[in-house]
Design a protein around this ligand. Structure first.
Ligand SMILES: Cc1cc2nc3c(=O)[nH]c(=O)nc-3n(C[C@H](O)[C@H](O)[C@H](O)COP(=O)(O)OP(=O)(O)OC[C@H]3O[C@@H](n4cnc5c(N)ncnc54)[C@H](O)[C@@H]3O)c2cc1C
Length: 235
């Protein structure tokens, strides 16, 4: 069944009722990881995605939407999103209050912050995240368990290094700026400055744009080329 919608004349968009229903996903669970970070679990339906992609989430009847990287693996029977509640934010507090059975509009997936399967066997990857920027890396690791990577996770306090038991021994370096209870006391950028002495990596950077910009400057000063650097900026 077809309905005409929006802007009669120019830019006519034709949508079907079944298309709109297909975009509505049930909330399965909202699970807190820390006081300000939670996992929003949605039904999987038939959403296909490549690890590293994001979805566009809208609360029905809300005018705005937000983008979230997919935290779960390609073969998981649900879609997990790792979300930081920004106290002054519009969406992240609302999503935290969702209950099992509530509906959210989910569109996508989109994005090309993905790993080229050709390189998985041959390349060494360095994943650099701040906060919830670890989400796409978590999805890579669940989706492709056997490849050569190391993760730097920048958080203020070590307890904010979400679900670090998932990463095999030696694969994760928690960089803490607010305490010395991680593996490295300092920001991820300081780790890059002090500890990365080889350019033999493809580097993926995700999270806060200030970190990404600073990290790119550091990596380029060490000889990394543009085609070795991949970025996903959240804010
Ligand atoms: C491609 C893409 C993928 C994203 N994936 C994720 C994700 O997996 N998890 C996630 O939590 N967010 C993610 N974001 C950010 C997300 O889309 C929202 O911006 C965020 O949830 C804040 O929305 P809000 O409405 O609560 O706050 P807003 O009212 O939109 O913004 C308030 C302020 O919050 C700050 N802010 C935004 N995001 C964060 C954050 N993660 N941590 C700290 N401060 C922030 C910004 O300074 C912003 O100006 C992603 C953004 C992009 C572009």
């Amino acid at each position: 069944m077809l309905l005409l919608n929006e802007n009669a004349g120019k830019n006519i968009r034709i949508v079907s009722v079944s298309d709109d229903l297909n975009k509505l996903y049930k909330v399965l669970d909202v699970r807190s990881l820390t006081s300000d970070t939670y996992i929003l679990r949605l039904e999987r339906k038939n959403l296909k995605f490549i690890a590293g992609q994001h979805v566009r989430v809208r609360i029905p009847d809300h005018q705005q939407f937000r983008l979230y990287s997919i935290y779960s693996g390609e073969n998981d029977p649900y879609i997990d999103l790792l979300i930081k509640e920004v106290p002054t934010g519009v969406y992240s507090p609302l999503l935290r209050n969702k209950k099992r059975g509530d509906l959210l509009e989910v569109k996508g997936p989109s994005g090309s912050f993905t790993l080229n399967p050709q390189y998985l066997k041959s390349e060494r990857f360095l994943f650099v995240a701040t906060g919830t920027g670890i989400s796409p890396f978590h999805s890579y690791i669940l989706s492709y368990p056997d490849f050569n990577y190391h993760i730097l996770h920048g958080v203020r306090y070590a307890f904010e290094a979400y679900e670090n038991h998932v990463y095999p021994e030696g694969k994760l370096t928690i960089c803490t700026s607010g305490d010395d209870k991680g593996h490295f006391h300092g920001r991820v950028t300081r780790y890059l400055e002090e500890r990365i002495n080889s350019t033999d990596y493809l580097v993926y950077l995700c999270g806060n744009s200030n970190m990404i910009n600073d990290a790119i400057d550091i990596l380029k000063s060490k000889g990394f080329k543009n085609d070795q650097l991949f970025i996903e900026s959240y804010f």
